[in-house]
Design a protein around this ligand. Sequence first.
Ligand code: HEC
Length: 233
Amino acid sequence: MNINDFLSPEELKRLASALLVVLGFIAIAAFFGFTVVPGLRYQAHDAGESQIRPVQGETGWLDPTDYPATAREVIPPIDPKTVMTPNPVLLTRGKALFAQTCATCHGPEGKGDGPGGAGLNPKPRNFLASSGWKNGTRLEDIYKTLDEGIKGSSMVSYNYLTKKDRMALVHVVQSLGAFDHGASDPKAIASLEKLFASAGEVIPNRIPVARAVDVLCREYAESRPQSPTSTLR
Ligand code: HEC
């Protein structure tokens, strides 16, 4: 059996060209459906969004007007001289960070009496008391705490903060307690200095949590236009 028994060569040609036309239409429709339309929708969103989200200072994660989305950046290594001992710039930065990040648990004055720490076991450290510290009170000890957190407690690692910011917090924590925090081990100080001076840091892209939630809700709602979640926002 041969296809030529059913169709003449001319008919075959016509059939083939008709098929080509149909395939062409499908290709064009697919291009619009999958590329052009989503692209236009995406553009439309971006334009609308930048109007309602003014870019301002750096204070928190939950308020999208307070914490602007920031692009990835690379910061160069730091000069140890600027962070190993407290200075006014570092302390100002550290105090702001402390109020924003640590005070919920450790309390505004570092007494371990923040509202977020009330139900915790173990309790947040009281920075005014010299006893009971697990890693210790020396500069390198507190840096270690911020770098690694304390296992088995709600004191987590804060290594998402830059090294400079962590050092700012170390000095603030020490400044809150009037007791002797102990002389640093010169070896530990030397290795910290080497760490700071040798490598820069990459700050990843960041968006505030509220905006991330917004984007997720919107994408979810768009993926199923009839769903009741589209009224969630
Ligand atoms: C979610 C609550 C919470 C937050 C927020 C928090 N901490 Fe803690 N922190 C704790 C708890 C709980 C402990 C006690 C851990 C233990 O005893 O095992 C602790 C202990 C510490 C210690 C003592 C470590 C030691 O050697 O015993 C330091 C220093 C410290 N925190 C610094 C900070 C700094 C600086 C911040 C802000 C960047 C911060 N903490 C944010 C809960 C918190």
